[in-house]
Ligand binder design. Structure first.
Ligand SMILES: [Zn+2]
Length: 222
């Protein structure tokens, strides 16, 4: 009974908040959406628990890694093993579709509005749901892009075909050596275009998106 009352109260609080958001959305001229990891978790991209066990049971057993995110920082013994881990990680979080339609629902609320999205998410969910690319600034990179690890130049490279090949050809937690991605300029290994230190490449697309965001803020009374 107590639990029931609490649940009802809690649900009502959320419903009240949703109503409030609907009211604000219908009333405003411009919207800036700030989105982080919680939105993708709500869409089904959980980095631990059952989903982690399904795809990374072997890494969990060998290295005692408990979730995808922390495994991304593990100092693997070889690049073959590193890419076996990361290709699975990128494939399921960047190229597989979300199980819940959270992003689509958000789009349905703002698609006829003057909106802009600023996000730290690197999983491409906004683009896949149909958000206008020119109204997106994904500040921290994209799982779908490689860059030189140094970096020796400021370009990024789409990785879908190679990631798929790594996933499908890996054996015993290792990819074939010839699939290790190398920089076309200096020959050093490539890495993901993710902001984790000062080697992050802000490529032409990043700078264009940054400028669009600044223009949006400047030209609306926010
Ligand atoms: Zn290079």
């Amino acid at each position: 009974m107590f639990l029931n009352l609490w649940t009802n109260k809690s649900t009502q609080t959320y419903l009240d908040k949703i109503e409030k958001v609907k009211e604000i959305l219908s009333d405003c001229d411009a919207i800036v959406i700030g989105a982080g990891a919680g939105l993708s978790a709500a869409a089904g991209f959980e980095y631990s628990g059952q989903r982690f066990d399904t795809y990374f049971a072997d890494f969990k057993q060998k290295y005692k890694i408990e979730d995808m995110y922390s495994g991304g920082f593990y100092p693997f013994e070889s690049l073959e093993e590193y890419w076996a881990y990361w290709s699975r990680y990128i494939w399921i979080n960047r190229y597989m579709d979300a199980t819940e339609d959270v992003y689509e629902t958000l789009l349905s609320l703002v698609k006829d509005k003057d909106y802009f999205v600023l996000t730290t998410n690197v999983d491409h969910c906004f683009q896949k749901a149909g958000f206008d690319k020119k109204r997106l600034f994904y500040t921290q990179g994209d799982y779908g892009l490689f860059q030189c690890m140094t970096p020796c130049h400021n370009e990024t490279y789409e990785n879908k075909d190679l990631i798929l090949e790594m996933v499908s050809k890996q054996k015993d937690m290792k990819i074939p050596t010839e699939l290790i991605p190398k920089c076309p300029h200096c020959g050093k290994p490539m890495t993901m275009n993710l902001r984790c230190d000062n080697t992050f490449v802000e490529d032409e697309g990043w700078h264009k998106a940054s400028q669009r965001f600044l223009d949006f803020i400047r030209t609306r009374k926010i």
